[in-house]
Design a protein around this ligand. Structure first.
Ligand code: 6PG
Length: 243
């Protein structure tokens, strides 16, 4: 948890209220970014939680801004075919990109289907550098959190969590299937203007308590506890996860 940013934890009664609030936050951040520049950048979380947020953005904010000016990235991706049920890209394409008619040129999927995962990570880093220049600064980065406190594909105690130089790395893990993944690294999230978490359900309660109220260095070392940003880190959590 960043020591120098004020803690901003927003507890909502249920998933519907939580995702509506998060959707309003996303639209506000992107609209603000689009007053500063011709395009904005948004790194999406993977897993199952984001789907409800994507549905809210489509249902409640389809005309809130010129979505074609937003460029879409991913915090991590499973190394599976893009049409796999495990693909984070497929989930976003079905729930968000297609309904909002996002042009393909604005979507930057991680090269999940490449056979050489390390080469794929390096190729995606080149794509990020081409887009951002010297400093990857997402306007908004979204994260979920696993029951072990992982974020993106940065799992407790695994080498990728300690990566300080590369922006994108290949991860092989037994912590959460599928085993092969590509992930942004902590320094990239730290350079984002705004990072927000979307965390819901009783299964996340223990990890969330450990991250928000760490009792020891193990808790403080959890990936979710180490996420920082340039301007703000906001936690959208439901009552079931927060208690
Ligand atoms: C992934 C995700 C991962 C996810 C958490 C929470 O690709 O697996 O990026 O970090 O955000 O595991 O997953 P759920 O939203 O499914 O609980």
């Amino acid at each position: 948890m960043s020591a120098d940013l004020p803690r901003d934890v927003r507890v909502h009664a249920d998933v519907d209220e939580q995702c509506s609030a998060a959707a309003r936050f996303v639209v506000g951040e992107l609209a603000s970014a689009l007053t500063r520049a011709p395009r904005a950048s948004f790194a999406l979380a993977g897993g199952s939680t984001p789907k409800r947020l994507f549905e809210r953005l489509v249902a409640e904010h389809a005309r809130a801004l010129d979505w074609s000016r937003v460029h879409w990235f991913f915090g991590d991706e499973r190394c599976v075919p893009f049409d796999s049920p495990d693909s984070n890209f497929r989930a976003a394409r079905e729930a968000l990109f297609a309904p909002l008619a996002i042009p393909r040129s604005s979507i930057h999927p991680m090269p999940a289907e490449a056979a050489d995962h390390d080469a794929a990570a390096r190729a995606h880093e080149r794509e990020l550098r081409d887009f951002f220049g010297a400093d990857a600064t997402f306007d908004v980065a979204m994260l979920g959190m696993g029951e072990d406190g992982h974020v993106a594909s940065l799992f407790p105690g695994e080498p990728a969590l300690a990566e300080r130089e590369r922006w994108v790395v290949h991860v092989e893990t037994r912590a959460k299937p599928p085993p092969h993944r590509l992930t942004l690294t902590l320094p990239v999230f730290a350079r984002s203007r705004a990072v927000f978490f979307l965390i819901g359900g009783a299964s996340k309660r223990d990890a969330l308590r450990r991250v928000l109220a760490p009792r020891d260095d193990v808790d403080r070392a959890l990936p979710a506890a180490r996420v920082t940003a340039r301007e703000r880190v906001v936690w959208f959590v439901d009552r079931a996860a927060h208690g």
